[in-house]
Ligand binder design. Structure first.
Ligand code: ADP
Ligand code: MG
Length: 314
């Protein structure tokens, strides 16, 4: 393609909300035969909502929610925000809400005033959080976080979590003083266009893949809904780039689509990194493309634009 054709294509991209960082990036996209999607915030809306809270001890429901919310108050994770929202609503109205359009009595970002003091807060990427409340350790996160700390998860609770996961929800487990106390179920719905985009990629001869830090069962359920067959679950933040490299070693030309801080090494490792515009600055910096409208259809737009720009000179 001539420099003019590249310039025109870059302009067409920009007009459609697809920012292309340079001619190389534009050229590489035509070769892509594998698109790896992050799950949370990329295929899904990234707006987690608590759908279930189940206490497995004598503890009152309100106390359970206050404890978990207090532990999560220092976390920036979307799951933490969903939990705080749910617990806060229960605290003020005694009934949990699953919608986020409620006017709260007080919009303090730290949700102060009703939370317990938590000390020694520590985020464990890809697993959850830990802290100390009332001199006891609180663990909130996935199974391995609890089991690796020696917390026993009773069979009936495990069964409850499996049921959540099979319906595409993430089970968040809670331990207090090394005793398992309850579970929260969190849902995050797919973006409306996700399934159509996956289908279009398959028609273009491009293999769609999902990568996520979430557990295998939830990932599998979401992948099934969206039509993706190749799923890499339980991938720790630092390992997402390794997933990209393993596809490249098998001769694939890989595009990575992601939104999170966790995704930036993978976006950089991919032949073509595409950041969701609504994503974090770090992801946007690491990417070759920015999808300003945060619409997955623009993955197709980007590949098409490159194919059209470069096919004419072959
Ligand atoms: P993803 O790759 O889907 O963006 P993450 O790597 O951020 O997911 O997290 C993976 C898993 O770790 C979550 O599904 C959850 O089980 C657990 N987790 C991470 N952060 C938290 C938190 N603040 N509270 C509870 N669980 C968490
Ligand atoms: Mg994400």
């Amino acid at each position: 393609a001539t420099p003019t054709a590249v310039m025109v294509a870059t302009g067409v991209g920009a007009n459609n909300g697809v920012l292309i960082k340079g001619g190389d990036a534009l050229e590489r996209a035509q070769m892509v035969n594998c698109v790896v999607f992050d799950k949370t915030g990329t295929l899904t809306q990234g707006k987690a909502t608590v759908t279930t809270a189940k206490v497995f001890t004598e503890m009152q429901r309100g106390d359970f929610l206050t404890l978990v919310a207090s532990a999560e108050a220092s976390s920036e994770h979307p799951l933490a925000k969903a939990i705080l929202e749910y617990a806060r609503h229960f605290h003020f109205f005694e009934e949990p809400s699953t919608t986020s359009n409620i006017q709260y009595p007080e919009k303090d970002p730290k949700y102060s005033g009703w939370l317990l003091d938590a000390s020694e807060f520590c985020a464990l990427p890809g697993r959850g959080i830990q802290c100390i409340i009332n001199e006891k350790q609180v663990l909130v996160g996935n199974r391995s976080l609890l089991t690796e700390s020696g917390v026993n998860i009773p069979t009936h609770a495990e069964k409850f979590v499996v049921e959540l996961e099979e319906s595409a929800k993430t089970g968040i487990l809670v331990a207090y003083g090394s005793v398992f106390i309850g579970v929260l179920g969190v849902a995050d719905s797919l973006k409306r266009e996700a399934a159509v985009v996956v289908e279009a990629l398959l028609k273009m001869g491009v293999t769609p893949v999902m990568v996520t830090g979430d557990n295998w069962r939830t990932a599998q359920a979401v992948a099934k809904e969206v039509g993706i067959h190749d799923v890499r679950a339980g991938v720790m933040p630092a390992e997402k780039a390794d997933v990209i490299r393993s596809f490249q070693k098998n001769g694939r030309i890989v595009a990575m689509v992601g939104d999170g801080i966790n995704d930036s090494p993978a976006l950089a490792a991919a032949d073509v990194g595409m950041a969701i515009g609504a994503g974090t600055d770090i992801a946007i910096e690491a990417a070759d493309y920015v999808l300003m409208k945060s619409n997955l259809e623009d993955v197709i737009t980007a590949i098409d634009l490159s194919r059209k720009t470069f096919s004419r000179i072959r």
